[in-house]
Design a protein around this ligand. Structure first.
Ligand SMILES: C[S@@+](CC[C@H](N)C(=O)[O-])C[C@H]1O[C@@H](n2cnc3c(N)ncnc32)[C@H](O)[C@@H]1O
Length: 237
């Protein structure tokens, strides 16, 4: 019997475009191709015939899954996203979905091999998901590729994400709900970055934190925006 997060009857395991958040069926995407079919072998005959109801960007409509992945592979960003997975954290799927949206080079699950795919909405099928048994294995993998491990958490010794100049090629490492980044993870990171908070809560949901940190990378390395000055962050505004 398939495990809950691999169950094909699980609505959350279906292509995202087939369901709205309330779980009610709705029609999204495009219908059958109209007019003469394109000759390009990247087009999927079944999608051309039946329509393309996947939750993909318009430029990928009617392309085979393999063709979409090949196109994404050709333009991946050199950002890797890693998350510790010791407790089957349901938020990991959200981290993966954002990594797909950013077109990260890969996602790394550290700890338990099985991870909770709810929230990923099948986006994991469009990127490489690596598994590492522990942080040491992830660190070795990153060192072989000269990729710094940059932790994201609000622990003692963290520095502000907002004023840190994120490396272009790197691994952003996130902790999980409850424990946050493990001590070993913190020890392995070249820096640990904290996202500024101003309310009562100790921390953000890791899915939200991962979205903020990945978007900080996009602002820095896709849009060329430099980090804010320390003085601004400290409250001179
Ligand atoms: C709910 S937090 C748990 C631990 C957190 N250190 C605490 O003291 O409550 C789960 C994960 O979300 C990310 N996170 C949440 N809030 C964050 C923040 N303000 N800055 C950086 N990362 C954060 C981190 O990756 C963290 O490991």
């Amino acid at each position: 019997m398939p495990a809950p997060d691999d169950d094909p009857t699980d609505p959350s395991a279906r292509p995202a475009g087939e369901q709205d958040p309330a779980g009610e069926a709705r029609v999204v995407g495009v219908g059958p191709w109209e007019g003469p079919w394109p000759e390009d072998a990247r087009y999927d005959p079944e999608l051309l015939r039946e329509g393309d109801r996947r939750n993909v960007a318009d430029e990928f409509r009617y392309l085979t899954h393999e063709a979409v992945v090949a196109e994404l592979d050709a333009r991946r960003h050199p950002l890797h996203v890693a998350v510790e997975n010791w407790q089957h954290d349901a938020n990991i799927g959200s981290v993966v979905r954002t990594a797909n949206a950013v077109n990260a080079a890969g996602v790394h699950v550290v700890g338990r091999r099985r991870w909770n795919r709810r929230g990923a909405m099948v986006t994991d099928r469009y990127l490489s998901v690596h598994h590492h048994a522990d942080v040491a294995a992830l660190a070795a993998w990153a060192a072989e590729r000269s990729l710094p491990l940059v932790g994201v958490d609000n622990v003692d010794g963290s520095v502000p994400l907002e004023t840190y100049d994120l490396p272009r090629a790197c691994v952003l490492l996130f902790g999980q709900e409850g424990p946050g980044l493990s001590e070993e993870a913190v020890a392995r990171c070249t820096a640990v970055l904290a996202i500024a908070q101003f309310g009562s809560t100790r921390s953000l949901n890791v899915g939200a934190a991962a979205a903020i940190a990945q978007h900080a990378w996009v602002r820095r390395h896709v849009f060329g925006q430099l980090p804010l000055r320390q003085e601004f962050h400290r409250g001179s505004h």
